[in-house]
Design a protein around this ligand. Structure first.
Ligand code: ZN
Length: 133
């Protein structure tokens, strides 16, 4: 793995959270993008090398809606940048981690992504992401 690519934060309203994080970080978000397959609307902030992804549910059965219902708003996942997502998926599966998808999925911000089940990572939902071509 190369670095932390971003931290994902589950929010109830991306509109109000955009203004909170704009005040907090001192910069405006640089993009918003809906990932219809996941039922989420995302907003991205960048400071230096670091990115924050805000996630709002766009439907009731969205993983973000379920997360907020159970745990409230807050840090949802940590995403790591990888060079070869398929190779990392094989490596991590061999190490005993549980992958939540067997094939890389198309995520926000032009990424191929795969999530690891938090039960094997001390309760942290981990996202692998590789820049898509
Ligand atoms: Zn993410």
């Amino acid at each position: 793995m190369n670095k932390i690519e971003h931290i994902g934060i589950a929010v109830k309203s991306i509109e109000s959270s955009n203004s909170v994080f704009e005040k907090l970080l001192g910069v405006a978000h640089y993009k918003m993008e809906e990932v219809a397959t996941e039922g989420v609307l995302t907003s991205f902030f960048k400071i230096g090398e670091s990115k924050i992804e805000l996630l709002e549910a766009t439907r009731e059965d969205s993983p973000i809606a379920k997360f907020i219902e159970k745990r409230g708003e807050g840090i949802h996942h940590i995403a790591f940048d990888v060079t070869d997502i398929r190779a990392e998926m094989v490596r991590l599966q061999d190490e005993g981690f549980t992958l939540l998808n067997t094939e890389p999925k198309r995520g926000a911000d032009n990424k191929l992504v795969c999530f690891l089940h938090p039960k094997g990572t001390n309760g942290v939902l981990v996202e692998l992401c590789q820049e898509a071509n």
